[in-house]
Design a protein around this ligand. Structure first.
Ligand SMILES: [Mg+2]
Length: 128
């Protein structure tokens, strides 16, 4: 790992540690809006996550088609709102599995760091 990579990892870990309460606090706050059949949580939340990710993709598609791919401030606000919807489903899906959002954040950074260290950040496959 280069010094630059090590520094970036240290910064990411420090930010996650600082924001841990924020991430888990968001998850807790978001859960008050978790109104769905609790015995179908995995299915409901997975479908909702895919649906909201599709809304992000749809907005980007229209920006490419109608605006030559140039984001206006209004587009950015609309996309940010959709990303929030995606985040809600991510947080609730994690909660449904009994996993804290801060854990999801940390595991993702760990995975990406391993890929960077192994020079496999490009390519495909879950376990590279
Ligand atoms: Mg939405």
């Amino acid at each position: 790992m280069s010094n630059e990579d090590a520094e970036a990892l240290a910064i990411a870990r420090r930010l996650i540690a600082e924001k841990k309460d924020s991430a888990d606090g968001y998850q807790q706050s978001a859960s008050k809006f978790a109104i769905y059949p609790q015995d179908k949580g995995l299915e409901y939340l997975s479908l909702g996550l895919a649906s909201e990710a599709g809304e992000v993709a749809g907005k980007v598609k229209k920006i490419i088609r109608d605006k030559n791919g140039i984001l206006s401030d209004e587009d950015k606000q609309a996309l940010a709102a959709e990303l929030g919807d995606v985040l809600w489903y991510v947080a609730m899906l994690a909660q449904d599995m009994g996993v804290k959002l801060s854990y999801v954040f940390n595991k993702n950074i760990d995975k990406l760091q391993v890929r960077m260290d192994n020079n496999t950040i490009g390519g495909s496959g879950d376990n590279r």
